[in-house]
Ligand binder design. Sequence first.
Ligand code: SF4
Ligand code: SF4
Length: 96
Amino acid sequence: MDRCPPGGDAGARALAHVLHTPALPYDRSRGTHKRATVARIVEADCIGCTKCIQACPVDAIIGGAKHMHVVIEPLCTGCDLCLPACPVDCIEMLAV
Ligand code: SF4
Ligand code: SF4
């Protein structure tokens, strides 16, 4: 229950509450907690190369070849994997 960096200390506390065990800070050796983010494509700059679609592990990006692409925000986990895939740097991460 203390090994989930995405949940952070709040997640560890919530799990401890549900499990009726003492709350512990999450284990920092497992990774770093960061704020929740979501990807957004700057539509005017997108060249429709489809590389972000291939990079996204959860199929959160839609679009056709040579047409503007878009992120389906509820599906995006904020993993950042689409950022290096974009040849024109038109994907940005926004705080949720
Ligand atoms: S941040 Fe991750 S989940 Fe979100 S669109 Fe990019 S690759 Fe997909
Ligand atoms: S990788 Fe960048 S330019 Fe290519 S389709 Fe995705 S957002 Fe558009």
